[in-house]
Design a protein around this ligand. Structure first.
Ligand SMILES: Nc1ncnc2c1ncn2[C@@H]1O[C@H](COP(=O)(O)OP(=O)(O)OP(=O)(O)O)[C@@H](O)[C@H]1O
Ligand SMILES: [Mg+2]
Length: 367
Protein backbone atom coordinates (compact mmCIF):
# COMPACT_ATOMS: atom_id res chain seq x y z
CA UNK A 1 0.00 0.00 0.00
CA UNK A 2 1.12 3.55 -0.76
CA UNK A 3 -0.38 6.55 1.03
CA UNK A 4 -0.23 9.99 -0.60
CA UNK A 5 -1.03 13.42 0.75
CA UNK A 6 -2.42 16.18 -1.45
CA UNK A 7 -2.74 19.20 0.81
CA UNK A 8 -3.87 21.62 -1.90
CA UNK A 9 -5.90 19.46 -4.32
CA UNK A 10 -7.88 20.73 -7.29
CA UNK A 11 -10.56 19.73 -9.73
CA UNK A 12 -8.82 20.09 -13.11
CA UNK A 13 -11.46 21.10 -15.68
CA UNK A 14 -10.58 20.98 -19.37
CA UNK A 15 -12.77 22.80 -21.93
CA UNK A 16 -12.35 22.38 -25.67
CA UNK A 17 -13.47 25.30 -27.89
CA UNK A 18 -14.28 25.11 -31.62
CA UNK A 19 -13.22 28.72 -32.24
CA UNK A 20 -10.24 30.85 -31.19
CA UNK A 21 -10.64 32.92 -28.02
CA UNK A 22 -11.61 36.57 -28.53
CA UNK A 23 -11.39 38.70 -25.37
CA UNK A 24 -14.80 39.75 -24.10
CA UNK A 25 -16.78 37.18 -26.17
CA UNK A 26 -18.86 34.28 -24.88
CA UNK A 27 -17.84 30.73 -25.84
CA UNK A 28 -19.65 27.41 -25.61
CA UNK A 29 -17.28 24.51 -25.00
CA UNK A 30 -17.60 21.52 -27.35
CA UNK A 31 -16.42 19.22 -24.58
CA UNK A 32 -15.79 19.54 -20.86
CA UNK A 33 -13.92 17.07 -18.67
CA UNK A 34 -13.18 17.05 -14.94
CA UNK A 35 -10.30 15.17 -13.37
CA UNK A 36 -9.05 14.92 -9.79
CA UNK A 37 -5.81 16.92 -9.75
CA UNK A 38 -2.83 17.51 -7.51
CA UNK A 39 0.53 15.79 -7.29
CA UNK A 40 -0.33 13.29 -4.56
CA UNK A 41 -3.53 12.46 -6.42
CA UNK A 42 -1.49 11.78 -9.59
CA UNK A 43 0.89 9.46 -7.73
CA UNK A 44 -2.06 7.59 -6.21
CA UNK A 45 -3.73 7.21 -9.63
CA UNK A 46 -0.56 5.71 -11.14
CA UNK A 47 -0.19 3.33 -8.19
CA UNK A 48 -3.82 2.23 -8.49
CA UNK A 49 -3.36 1.62 -12.24
CA UNK A 50 -0.63 -0.87 -11.30
CA UNK A 51 -3.08 -2.78 -9.13
CA UNK A 52 -1.42 -1.73 -5.86
CA UNK A 53 -3.70 -0.30 -3.16
CA UNK A 54 -3.43 3.50 -3.18
CA UNK A 55 -4.82 5.74 -0.53
CA UNK A 56 -5.08 9.49 -1.12
CA UNK A 57 -5.41 11.71 1.96
CA UNK A 58 -6.76 15.16 1.14
CA UNK A 59 -8.85 18.01 2.50
CA UNK A 60 -12.23 17.80 0.71
CA UNK A 61 -15.90 17.32 1.57
CA UNK A 62 -17.56 13.93 1.11
CA UNK A 63 -19.61 15.16 -1.86
CA UNK A 64 -16.71 16.98 -3.53
CA UNK A 65 -16.10 16.23 -7.22
CA UNK A 66 -12.54 15.33 -6.25
CA UNK A 67 -13.57 12.53 -3.95
CA UNK A 68 -15.79 11.03 -6.63
CA UNK A 69 -13.01 11.43 -9.22
CA UNK A 70 -10.57 9.55 -7.02
CA UNK A 71 -12.94 6.69 -6.39
CA UNK A 72 -13.58 6.48 -10.16
CA UNK A 73 -9.81 6.19 -10.69
CA UNK A 74 -9.61 3.24 -8.30
CA UNK A 75 -7.98 5.26 -5.50
CA UNK A 76 -9.26 5.06 -1.94
CA UNK A 77 -10.03 8.66 -0.91
CA UNK A 78 -9.45 9.55 2.74
CA UNK A 79 -10.93 13.02 2.89
CA UNK A 80 -11.05 15.50 5.74
CA UNK A 81 -14.13 17.75 5.36
CA UNK A 82 -13.42 21.43 4.75
CA UNK A 83 -16.94 22.86 4.49
CA UNK A 84 -16.42 24.28 1.02
CA UNK A 85 -15.83 22.99 -2.51
CA UNK A 86 -12.31 22.33 -3.81
CA UNK A 87 -10.63 24.86 -6.05
CA UNK A 88 -11.15 24.39 -9.78
CA UNK A 89 -8.28 24.92 -12.25
CA UNK A 90 -9.53 25.55 -15.78
CA UNK A 91 -7.66 24.73 -18.98
CA UNK A 92 -9.17 26.03 -22.22
CA UNK A 93 -7.98 24.47 -25.48
CA UNK A 94 -8.48 26.25 -28.83
CA UNK A 95 -8.76 24.42 -32.18
CA UNK A 96 -5.08 25.09 -33.03
CA UNK A 97 -4.02 23.37 -29.79
CA UNK A 98 -3.26 26.56 -27.85
CA UNK A 99 -4.05 26.01 -24.18
CA UNK A 100 -4.81 28.77 -21.69
CA UNK A 101 -4.93 28.08 -17.98
CA UNK A 102 -6.83 29.80 -15.18
CA UNK A 103 -5.59 28.61 -11.80
CA UNK A 104 -7.54 29.05 -8.59
CA UNK A 105 -5.07 29.68 -5.74
CA UNK A 106 -7.26 27.78 -3.29
CA UNK A 107 -8.47 28.95 0.06
CA UNK A 108 -7.34 28.82 3.66
CA UNK A 109 -8.49 25.68 5.44
CA UNK A 110 -10.58 26.05 8.58
CA UNK A 111 -8.73 25.59 11.86
CA UNK A 112 -8.07 21.97 12.69
CA UNK A 113 -8.16 20.59 9.14
CA UNK A 114 -4.36 20.30 8.84
CA UNK A 115 -4.09 18.54 12.19
CA UNK A 116 -6.86 16.16 11.16
CA UNK A 117 -5.09 15.47 7.86
CA UNK A 118 -1.90 14.62 9.79
CA UNK A 119 -3.89 12.26 12.03
CA UNK A 120 -5.37 10.47 9.02
CA UNK A 121 -1.93 10.02 7.44
CA UNK A 122 -0.77 8.21 10.56
CA UNK A 123 -3.97 6.32 11.23
CA UNK A 124 -4.28 5.01 7.66
CA UNK A 125 -0.65 3.94 7.14
CA UNK A 126 1.40 1.21 8.78
CA UNK A 127 5.04 0.96 9.86
CA UNK A 128 7.20 0.48 6.76
CA UNK A 129 4.63 1.98 4.36
CA UNK A 130 5.64 4.74 1.99
CA UNK A 131 3.88 8.03 2.70
CA UNK A 132 4.23 10.56 -0.12
CA UNK A 133 4.11 14.28 0.72
CA UNK A 134 3.85 16.14 -2.55
CA UNK A 135 2.78 19.37 -4.13
CA UNK A 136 2.20 22.85 -2.78
CA UNK A 137 0.76 23.74 0.60
CA UNK A 138 -2.69 25.33 0.86
CA UNK A 139 -2.78 29.07 1.54
CA UNK A 140 -2.09 29.82 5.20
CA UNK A 141 -0.37 26.49 6.01
CA UNK A 142 2.91 26.88 7.92
CA UNK A 143 5.90 26.61 5.63
CA UNK A 144 7.44 23.85 7.77
CA UNK A 145 4.31 21.72 7.85
CA UNK A 146 5.85 18.99 5.62
CA UNK A 147 8.96 19.08 7.82
CA UNK A 148 6.82 18.50 10.92
CA UNK A 149 4.87 15.74 9.18
CA UNK A 150 8.11 14.07 8.07
CA UNK A 151 9.35 14.02 11.68
CA UNK A 152 6.04 12.68 13.00
CA UNK A 153 5.74 9.98 10.32
CA UNK A 154 9.35 8.87 10.67
CA UNK A 155 9.03 8.61 14.44
CA UNK A 156 6.15 6.22 13.75
CA UNK A 157 8.29 4.11 11.38
CA UNK A 158 6.81 5.26 8.07
CA UNK A 159 9.02 5.78 5.03
CA UNK A 160 8.59 9.32 3.77
CA UNK A 161 8.97 10.54 0.17
CA UNK A 162 8.86 14.29 -0.45
CA UNK A 163 8.22 16.04 -3.78
CA UNK A 164 7.64 19.73 -3.28
CA UNK A 165 9.34 23.03 -4.08
CA UNK A 166 10.30 26.41 -2.68
CA UNK A 167 10.28 27.16 1.04
CA UNK A 168 8.41 23.96 2.11
CA UNK A 169 11.13 21.89 0.38
CA UNK A 170 13.95 23.80 2.04
CA UNK A 171 12.22 23.41 5.42
CA UNK A 172 11.94 19.64 4.91
CA UNK A 173 15.69 19.16 4.87
CA UNK A 174 16.45 21.38 7.83
CA UNK A 175 15.91 18.91 10.66
CA UNK A 176 18.85 16.53 10.51
CA UNK A 177 17.17 14.06 12.89
CA UNK A 178 14.20 13.46 10.57
CA UNK A 179 15.18 13.73 6.93
CA UNK A 180 13.03 12.16 4.19
CA UNK A 181 13.82 8.63 3.00
CA UNK A 182 13.37 9.80 -0.57
CA UNK A 183 13.46 13.21 -2.18
CA UNK A 184 12.22 13.70 -5.77
CA UNK A 185 13.50 17.08 -6.95
CA UNK A 186 13.89 18.31 -10.51
CA UNK A 187 16.92 20.45 -11.40
CA UNK A 188 15.25 23.68 -10.28
CA UNK A 189 14.25 22.22 -6.92
CA UNK A 190 17.69 20.71 -6.36
CA UNK A 191 19.32 24.06 -7.12
CA UNK A 192 17.03 25.75 -4.60
CA UNK A 193 18.27 23.33 -1.92
CA UNK A 194 21.99 23.40 -2.59
CA UNK A 195 22.51 26.87 -4.02
CA UNK A 196 23.95 25.46 -7.25
CA UNK A 197 23.22 26.96 -10.65
CA UNK A 198 20.06 25.44 -12.14
CA UNK A 199 21.25 25.83 -15.75
CA UNK A 200 24.50 24.01 -14.93
CA UNK A 201 22.55 21.13 -13.36
CA UNK A 202 20.24 20.91 -16.35
CA UNK A 203 23.15 20.98 -18.79
CA UNK A 204 25.06 18.06 -17.27
CA UNK A 205 23.35 15.07 -15.59
CA UNK A 206 26.65 13.87 -14.05
CA UNK A 207 27.23 17.20 -12.35
CA UNK A 208 23.61 17.17 -11.22
CA UNK A 209 24.02 13.67 -9.77
CA UNK A 210 27.12 14.79 -7.87
CA UNK A 211 25.10 17.64 -6.36
CA UNK A 212 22.29 15.21 -5.46
CA UNK A 213 24.92 13.01 -3.80
CA UNK A 214 25.63 15.85 -1.38
CA UNK A 215 22.06 15.54 -0.10
CA UNK A 216 22.61 11.83 0.53
CA UNK A 217 25.83 12.69 2.36
CA UNK A 218 23.68 15.04 4.42
CA UNK A 219 21.52 12.09 5.51
CA UNK A 220 18.62 11.98 3.06
CA UNK A 221 17.98 8.30 2.25
CA UNK A 222 17.93 8.53 -1.55
CA UNK A 223 17.50 11.23 -4.15
CA UNK A 224 15.59 10.59 -7.37
CA UNK A 225 16.54 13.61 -9.46
CA UNK A 226 14.42 13.94 -12.59
CA UNK A 227 15.88 15.85 -15.49
CA UNK A 228 13.05 16.12 -18.02
CA UNK A 229 14.01 14.84 -21.48
CA UNK A 230 17.50 13.93 -20.15
CA UNK A 231 15.95 11.27 -17.90
CA UNK A 232 16.87 10.98 -14.24
CA UNK A 233 19.60 10.25 -11.71
CA UNK A 234 19.31 8.10 -8.60
CA UNK A 235 21.71 8.50 -5.68
CA UNK A 236 21.54 6.19 -2.66
CA UNK A 237 24.00 5.47 0.13
CA UNK A 238 25.26 2.55 -1.99
CA UNK A 239 25.75 4.17 -5.36
CA UNK A 240 24.63 6.46 -8.12
CA UNK A 241 23.09 5.84 -11.54
CA UNK A 242 21.93 7.84 -14.53
CA UNK A 243 19.12 6.78 -16.86
CA UNK A 244 18.04 8.15 -20.21
CA UNK A 245 14.45 7.74 -21.41
CA UNK A 246 13.18 5.75 -24.38
CA UNK A 247 12.30 7.56 -27.60
CA UNK A 248 8.75 8.87 -27.25
CA UNK A 249 6.27 11.01 -29.15
CA UNK A 250 5.93 13.89 -26.69
CA UNK A 251 2.34 14.83 -25.77
CA UNK A 252 2.29 16.44 -22.30
CA UNK A 253 4.87 16.52 -19.54
CA UNK A 254 2.25 17.54 -16.96
CA UNK A 255 2.49 14.99 -14.15
CA UNK A 256 5.59 13.26 -15.58
CA UNK A 257 7.43 13.82 -12.29
CA UNK A 258 4.52 12.33 -10.35
CA UNK A 259 4.51 9.27 -12.61
CA UNK A 260 8.28 8.88 -12.05
CA UNK A 261 7.83 8.92 -8.30
CA UNK A 262 5.02 6.36 -8.53
CA UNK A 263 7.17 4.11 -10.75
CA UNK A 264 10.05 4.31 -8.31
CA UNK A 265 7.90 3.44 -5.29
CA UNK A 266 6.13 0.59 -7.11
CA UNK A 267 9.54 -0.85 -8.01
CA UNK A 268 10.63 -0.52 -4.39
CA UNK A 269 7.54 -2.44 -3.23
CA UNK A 270 8.52 -5.20 -5.67
CA UNK A 271 11.96 -5.36 -4.04
CA UNK A 272 13.81 -4.25 -7.21
CA UNK A 273 17.40 -3.03 -6.85
CA UNK A 274 18.41 0.60 -7.31
CA UNK A 275 19.18 0.53 -11.06
CA UNK A 276 15.85 -1.17 -11.75
CA UNK A 277 14.00 1.26 -9.50
CA UNK A 278 15.53 4.07 -11.57
CA UNK A 279 14.62 2.28 -14.80
CA UNK A 280 11.03 2.04 -13.64
CA UNK A 281 10.95 5.72 -12.64
CA UNK A 282 12.19 6.81 -16.06
CA UNK A 283 9.90 4.40 -17.92
CA UNK A 284 6.91 5.81 -15.98
CA UNK A 285 7.96 9.45 -16.50
CA UNK A 286 8.52 8.99 -20.23
CA UNK A 287 5.22 7.15 -20.62
CA UNK A 288 3.41 9.99 -18.83
CA UNK A 289 5.09 12.50 -21.17
CA UNK A 290 3.78 10.53 -24.15
CA UNK A 291 0.19 10.62 -22.84
CA UNK A 292 -2.23 13.60 -22.98
CA UNK A 293 -2.76 15.96 -20.03
CA UNK A 294 -1.92 14.45 -16.69
CA UNK A 295 -2.94 10.92 -17.74
CA UNK A 296 -0.99 8.43 -15.63
CA UNK A 297 0.58 5.44 -17.41
CA UNK A 298 -0.56 1.86 -17.27
CA UNK A 299 1.53 -1.28 -17.75
CA UNK A 300 1.03 -1.28 -21.54
CA UNK A 301 2.37 2.29 -21.87
CA UNK A 302 5.78 1.47 -20.37
CA UNK A 303 8.89 0.98 -22.54
CA UNK A 304 11.36 -0.40 -19.99
CA UNK A 305 13.70 -1.86 -22.63
CA UNK A 306 14.26 1.61 -24.08
CA UNK A 307 15.63 2.98 -20.79
CA UNK A 308 19.43 3.04 -20.52
CA UNK A 309 20.78 2.83 -16.98
CA UNK A 310 24.44 3.71 -16.33
CA UNK A 311 26.24 3.41 -12.98
CA UNK A 312 28.40 6.40 -12.14
CA UNK A 313 31.05 6.94 -9.52
CA UNK A 314 30.94 9.99 -7.31
CA UNK A 315 33.76 10.69 -4.88
CA UNK A 316 34.62 13.43 -2.44
CA UNK A 317 31.09 14.48 -1.69
CA UNK A 318 30.80 17.20 0.91
CA UNK A 319 27.43 17.71 2.60
CA UNK A 320 26.12 21.12 1.68
CA UNK A 321 22.42 21.63 2.04
CA UNK A 322 21.72 25.25 2.77
CA UNK A 323 20.75 25.48 6.41
CA UNK A 324 21.97 22.05 7.58
CA UNK A 325 25.66 22.28 6.87
CA UNK A 326 26.49 21.50 10.52
CA UNK A 327 27.58 17.98 9.72
CA UNK A 328 29.13 15.30 11.86
CA UNK A 329 30.43 13.51 8.77
CA UNK A 330 32.95 15.49 6.80
CA UNK A 331 32.48 13.67 3.54
CA UNK A 332 31.24 10.56 1.80
CA UNK A 333 32.38 8.52 -1.13
CA UNK A 334 29.58 7.07 -3.15
CA UNK A 335 30.87 4.55 -5.64
CA UNK A 336 28.93 2.00 -7.63
CA UNK A 337 31.85 0.49 -9.50
CA UNK A 338 33.52 -0.67 -6.30
CA UNK A 339 30.27 -1.06 -4.40
CA UNK A 340 31.74 0.87 -1.50
CA UNK A 341 30.28 3.61 0.60
CA UNK A 342 31.78 5.63 3.39
CA UNK A 343 35.33 7.02 3.25
CA UNK A 344 36.13 10.68 3.13
CA UNK A 345 37.68 13.19 0.89
CA UNK A 346 36.46 16.48 2.29
CA UNK A 347 36.21 19.33 -0.11
CA UNK A 348 37.57 17.38 -3.06
CA UNK A 349 35.86 18.01 -6.38
CA UNK A 350 33.39 15.35 -7.41
CA UNK A 351 34.96 12.82 -9.74
CA UNK A 352 32.58 11.06 -12.04
CA UNK A 353 33.00 8.21 -14.46
CA UNK A 354 30.32 6.31 -16.31
CA UNK A 355 30.02 2.98 -18.10
CA UNK A 356 26.77 2.14 -19.87
CA UNK A 357 25.30 -1.19 -18.83
CA UNK A 358 22.60 -1.39 -21.45
CA UNK A 359 22.34 -0.46 -25.07
CA UNK A 360 21.85 3.23 -25.81
CA UNK A 361 18.63 4.25 -27.49
CA UNK A 362 18.12 7.28 -29.74
CA UNK A 363 17.52 10.51 -27.83
CA UNK A 364 13.87 11.34 -27.22
CA UNK A 365 12.03 14.05 -29.11
CA UNK A 366 12.98 17.44 -27.74
CA UNK A 367 10.48 19.40 -25.77
N1 LIG B 1 10.50 15.43 -23.02
C1 LIG B 1 10.62 14.26 -22.40
N2 LIG B 1 10.99 13.15 -23.07
C2 LIG B 1 11.12 11.96 -22.46
N3 LIG B 1 10.89 11.77 -21.16
C3 LIG B 1 10.54 12.83 -20.43
C4 LIG B 1 10.36 14.12 -20.99
N4 LIG B 1 9.99 14.98 -20.02
C5 LIG B 1 9.92 14.23 -18.89
N5 LIG B 1 10.26 12.95 -19.13
C6 LIG B 1 10.32 11.83 -18.18
O1 LIG B 1 9.59 12.19 -17.02
C7 LIG B 1 10.45 12.28 -15.88
C8 LIG B 1 10.03 13.43 -14.99
O2 LIG B 1 10.07 14.63 -15.73
P1 LIG B 1 10.53 16.03 -15.10
O3 LIG B 1 11.94 15.96 -14.69
O4 LIG B 1 10.14 17.05 -16.09
O5 LIG B 1 9.62 16.09 -13.79
P2 LIG B 1 9.09 17.34 -12.96
O6 LIG B 1 9.85 18.57 -13.34
O7 LIG B 1 9.08 16.93 -11.55
O8 LIG B 1 7.61 17.41 -13.52
P3 LIG B 1 6.22 17.76 -12.78
O9 LIG B 1 6.54 18.24 -11.41
O10 LIG B 1 5.61 18.79 -13.66
O11 LIG B 1 5.43 16.49 -12.79
C9 LIG B 1 11.85 12.38 -16.43
O12 LIG B 1 12.79 11.81 -15.54
C10 LIG B 1 11.74 11.57 -17.73
O13 LIG B 1 11.85 10.18 -17.45
MG1 LIG C 1 7.94 17.84 -10.05
Amino acid sequence: MIVTLTANPSVDRTMQLDAPIVRGDVFRATSVGDEAGGKGVNVARAVAHAGVPALAVLPADDDDLLVKGLADAGVLPVNVPTGRPSRVNITVTEPDGTTTKFNDPGHELRAGVLAEVADRLLARSHAGDWVVLSGSLPPGAPVDWYADLTAELKRAGRRVAVDTSGAPLVATVRDRAFLPDLLKPNAEELASLTGDDEAALEADPQTAAAVAARLVADGIGSVLLTLGSAGAALVTADGAWLASPPAIALRSTVGAGDASLAGYLLADLQGLDAPDRLREAVAYGAAAASLPGSTMPREGDLQRAGVTVTPISITGTTPSITGITESTTSGTTIGTASGTSGGTSPGAPAALAGTPTTQRTPPPAAG
